[in-house]
Design a protein around this ligand. Structure first.
Ligand SMILES: [Mg+2]
Length: 247
């Protein structure tokens, strides 16, 4: 295990431990495209669409691309599945009932959450975190219902004392506000907390800007990035995180 704690404190005592979700605790390889295609398949099954299911996935992607372009390539906080679904149906000139619309949303979220898998080492990392105190989840995602369902799909429901989703809190990482909100909600001082995530900017820089300690955990066995701030702890996987938290 290659862990580097350049603080030299070997883990210490934290008032609370925060985790990022996507790419840190949960992986959903290819799940997004497949979930969009599943919406097309359901439309075909309902007799409402005569093109291939993947064509509807393409339309969804075009619609989302347009929304992203209009928002300087930042995910708008209001962009839930219902919003791009409504616009994609309009592009394809498909009219659905309220029940059918709700069903399409369910198909999308079910397909996507069914493919969400907890990343190896999650049990050990959360067990080690639990010895410090409460565990919070801080995740950048616009669609709160989708993210909550993904947590259930990956088998992580009930693991957290607080779940903070940017689309619900109203602020994205790396803004310190979301970290401060999470710490306040758990009744802890951000300076006594650590945040663990896989993104240098949103997770590491964000946590540091809120006064938390930061751990960068790698996906896909990438090496430690060059130029990483010397105060940042780097772990190659969640078992490394567990070991560091226990140290
Ligand atoms: Mg992530």
């Amino acid at each position: 295990m290659t862990n580097r704690d350049l603080h030299g404190n070997g883990g210490g005592r934290f008032a609370a431990v925060f985790f990022d979700l996507d790419g840190t605790l949960v992986s959903e390889r290819s799940g997004v495209r497949e979930a969009r295609t599943a919406v097309g398949e359901r439309l075909i099954a309902l007799g409402l669409y005569s093109k291939p299911a993947t064509a509807f996935a393409d339309t969804i992607e075009m619609v989302i691309g347009g929304i992203m372009e209009d928002n300087d390539w930042q995910w708008p906080l209001w962009l839930h599945a219902e919003e791009w679904m409504k616009r994609s149906l309009a592009v394809e000139q498909i009219t659905v009932s309220e029940d059918e619309f709700a069903e399409l949303g369910r198909v999308y979220r079910d397909e996507r959450s069914d493919r969400a898998e907890a990343i190896q080492g999650w049990r050990e990392a959360l067990a080690a975190a639990r010895r410090h105190g409460p565990i919070g989840l801080i995740t950048n995602f616009n669609d709160g219902p989708m993210q909550r369902q993904k947590i259930r799909g990956a088998g992580l429901e009930g693991q957290f004392d607080g779940v903070y989703i940017s689309g619900e809190v109203g602020v994205w990482k790396p803004e310190p506000g979301i970290f401060e909100h999470a710490a306040r909600d758990l009744g802890v001082d951000p300076g006594q907390c650590v945040h663990i995530g896989n993104n240098i900017q949103s997770d590491v820089e964000g946590a540091l800007s809120a006064g938390m300690s930061a751990v960068l955990v790698e996906e896909d066995d990438r090496p430690r990035p060059a130029g990483l701030n010397g105060n940042v702890v780097w772990c190659e996987d969640l078992l490394g995180v567990a070991e560091w938290l226990e140290g």
